[in-house]
Design a protein. Structure first.
Lengths: 153, 104, 299
């Protein structure tokens, strides 16, 4: 066996071993963090990285509550509630943030689709909530204004 | 040496629904801020928070740098007062934290 | 002598919002004794007149706000930001600092003593007693100054002012004092001098932008400064120390004074400088009757 082929098999073995390890981990283990989605710099790329080609519909069954004008872009309180059944996860995107995906909150079968979080917004932007349920993505969005204060920020 | 992540939790049950609130002490550095010397402060953010109750994961939050400093998150699940659940956290530097909470 | 006293009284009144009266109408021959007696009563009375006028100004400007509600600062007068603030208050970030402050407070000094030896009544609530005019050292003592004095008296190095450990300890102490009502006294001439110095600072224009504290927080309180609603000065100290979203951490009133001074392009003074301590003295007295609600969260 020449050098390159030997190297190939060694690396293949290593790779296979790693894949086998990851595959054997329980579903919600520490390996979920989606690097590509969290570091994507535009909204569509972030959604695609997170959900692939799942269809998105605007839904009245997703209730997004955020202030019309954020008091401070560093701390914007947001609530998302949904009456949809079997909600797998709720994600929040800020369209004009450097990295639009802020968070994905994954829920168990005995959990309610009712979450609150405080997010950062760099500037006035659309805030989008995406609820994954029944193999589809259900979306609600709202514009949140971020202003420049007069007292040091 | 890794530092322990501080987690504060409030959990109350009403009519079979547990409403839980989490506050995690974390700088949530985006990696875009500069210090006084003009150097970029390295990225350092809370990555995941996992909540287990009676052998099941009721909540698993994934966080990016778009979450506010000292992250706050609230969620709800079916449960009973007097029961306990665990909260585990890990950040982008591998620091971890965990706490056991009794539902009020 | 009488003319000098009258002139002094009038000069003092010139800076005051309150109408004032010349109290030395009697032409008694035993002047020193009677003058001393009237002086001791006048200082607290004059201060109380000032407080009355100050309150009246804000009650007139914001007729729908109860006096005691001014402790909530801008959130007492602006509904939109109040809603966001209330959401954050459900589990505010300063709770982490209170826990930290408790740990710092209870850790013993190298000599075996602890903060509890300096602040014996901390559990009953003591925040409402600060700042006070200390006749022994003839200066205004703020809570933060007292914390460091406690450390120095126990051979511990002083903590940095403004943020961090000191702010956390201040938060712990304030939290134990919630709902206690401020009633700072001005019993002596020296205390009154410090009070007047603080009052003068409050009304003096400073910085490149040439604003006084009163310009923004009295005259046009409630108006917008770009997208900020200007908070009324009454109630400013009650929620200290404060977790400002802007700072992403807890800071003291002194830290805010320095920041505000920088905002008007005025050189900030050193933490716990006499001018800032006197200003805090004046501001807290103007907030007498309001309750402690610190630590608090703000924009």
């Amino acid at each position: 066996m020449n050098l390159s082929r030997r190297k190939f098999f060694i690396n293949f073995g290593k790779g296979a071993g790693y894949l086998a390890l990851v595959a054997s981990l329980p579903q919600m283990a520490w390996a979920k963090w989606n690097q590509k989605a969290f570091t994507a710099t535009n909204l569509d790329a972030a959604i695609k990285a997170k959900y692939g080609e799942l269809p998105i519909v605007d839904s009245k069954e997703v209730n997004l509550k955020a202030p019309a004008i954020a008091e401070n872009g560093a701390v914007v309180p947001v609530k998302v509630k949904s009456s949809l059944a079997d909600v797998k996860s709720i994600s929040l995107f800020v369209k004009d943030n450097p990295s639009p995906l802020t968070t994905t909150l994954n829920l168990g079968k005995n959990s309610l689709a009712d979450i609150q979080i405080r997010i950062r917004m760099g500037k006035t932007s659309e805030v989008i909530a995406i609820v994954e349920s029944g193999g589809k993505l259900h979306r609600a969005s709202q514009q949140v204004k971020v202003t420049i204060g007069g007292c040091g920020g | 040496m890794a530092t322990k992540i501080k987690i504060k939790v409030k959990a109350k049950e009403k009519k079979g629904i547990v409403k839980a609130k989490l506050l995690v002490k974390h700088p949530m550095e985006s990696g875009m801020r500069k210090d006084k010397a003009g150097q970029l402060i390295p990225i350092h953010h809370l990555k995941e928070v996992k909540v287990d109750y009676k052998g099941e994961t009721v909540f698993h939050g994934e966080f990016g740098t778009g979450v506010s400093k000292d992250p706050f998150v609230a969620f709800a699940f079916k449960g009973t007062a007097g029961d306990k659940f665990t909260v585990d956290a890990v950040d982008s530097k591998g620091n971890t934290g965990n706490v056991e909470v009794k539902i009020k | 002598m009488r003319r000098k006293i009258t002139f002094a009284v009038l000069a003092v009144c010139f800076l005051s919002l309150a109408a004032c009266s010349d109290d030395n109408n009697d032409s008694s021959t035993s002047e020193p004794a009677s003058v001393k007696k009237t002086e001791a009563v006048n200082y607290q009375d004059k201060v109380n007149q000032d407080v009355k006028s100050f309150r009246a100004f804000y009650s007139n400007k914001f007729p729908n706000v109860e006096l005691t509600e001014f402790k909530d600062g801008v959130y007492a007068i602006d509904q939109a930001t109040r809603e966001q603030w209330l959401e954050i208050e459900e589990f505010p970030p300063y709770e982490l600092s209170i826990d930290e402050g408790q740990e710092f407070f209870e850790a013993p000094f190298a000599n075996g003593k602890s903060y509890r030896d300096c602040f014996k009544n901390v559990d009953q609530g003591i925040r409402q007693n600060y700042p006070f005019f200390d006749s022994a050292s003839q200066q205004v003592v703020t809570l933060e100054l007292a914390i460091n004095q406690c450390r120095e008296n126990n051979a511990e190095p002083a903590l940095e002012y403004g943020m961090g450990e000191l702010a956390a300890i201040s938060a712990y102490i304030a939290n134990l004092s919630r709902e206690k009502v401020f009633d700072i006294k001005v019993p002596t001439k020296e205390a009154y001098t410090a009070y007047m110095s603080g009052k003068q600072f409050f009304y003096s224009k400073r910085g490149q932008l040439n604003f006084s504290c009163a310009d923004c927080h009295l005259k046009i309180a409630g108006s917008n400064l770009r997208a900020d609603v200007l908070s009324p000065a009454i109630g400013h100290p009650t929620g200290m120390p404060v977790y400002r979203s802007n700072w992403g951490e807890l800071g003291t009133i002194g830290h805010r004074y320095r920041e505000c001074n920088k905002n008007v392009r005025s050189e900030p003074l050193a933490y716990q400088s006499e001018a800032y301590r006197n200003l805090e003295f004046y501001q807290t007295i103007m907030s007498n009757g309001l309750a402690v609600n610190g630590p608090s969260s703000r924009k």
